[in-house]
Write a protein that binds this ligand. Structure first.
Ligand code: HEM
Length: 153
């Protein structure tokens, strides 16, 4: 019962986190496209994507709590498998990438947009970094799914 309930929440959390990350990626690309033509329209898109991190955090919390729930239900048996340990390493990278790299780029961009004339070079660098951030997150998710479903040993 605990295992199945946790797995259910695990899948809800994964859908939330991955779904919102894809939406954030698409909106960020839209932001740059709009911003070049009309900064005001771009900033409107930005205001929408600024609401997304709270949903991503909710998804991650759900994944972590339900993951722990499954570990309790199985008395930690998964921790004896190599695929699971690698998965945990990748989960850590997902969290670090979001908390350290992604958050810093988003904060810098929001600060820059408050200026009357934001530095072009800095904007370009943040655009490149945010692209790298999203592609890294989505690639890490793909590998975590691979390990969680194939369970290579
Ligand atoms: C980004 C984070 C994570 C993603 C994307 C993810 C993804 C998945 C997926 C796709 C499954 C397979 C579901 C199924 O069998 O139908 C799964 C199962 C599982 N996950 Fe996660 N997971 C994540 C984090 C965690 C964490 C942090 C833990 C432990 C603390 C954990 C523990 C487990 C366990 C115990 C299973 C069950 C494996 C089995 O039934 O063989 N996961 N996860």
């Amino acid at each position: 019962m605990l295992f199945n309930t946790s797995l259910w929440f695990h899948i809800i959390g994964i859908s939330l986190m991955a779904g919102v990350t894809v939406a954030d990626f698409v909106l960020t690309r839209k932001f740059w496209a709009f911003y070049v033509k009309s900064p005001q329209e771009g900033i409107l898109v930005r205001k929408i994507s600024n609401k997304l991190p709270v949903l991503i955090i909710a998804g991650i919390l759900l994944i972590l709590l339900s993951g722990v729930g499954m570990m309790i239900a199985t008395h930690g048996v998964f921790d004896t498998f190599l695929w699971f340990r690698i998965k945990m390493g990748l989960v850590l990278l997902v969290i670090l990438n979001a908390v350290i790299f992604g958050r810093r780029q988003n904060t810098q961009l929001n600060k820059l947009l408050l200026k009357e004339i934001p530095e072009e070079q800095l904007l370009k660098r943040i655009q490149k970094n945010l692209n790298t951030f999203h592609i890294t997150q989505l690639t890490l998710f793909a590998f975590i799914y691979l390990l969680s479903t194939f369970k290579f040993n």
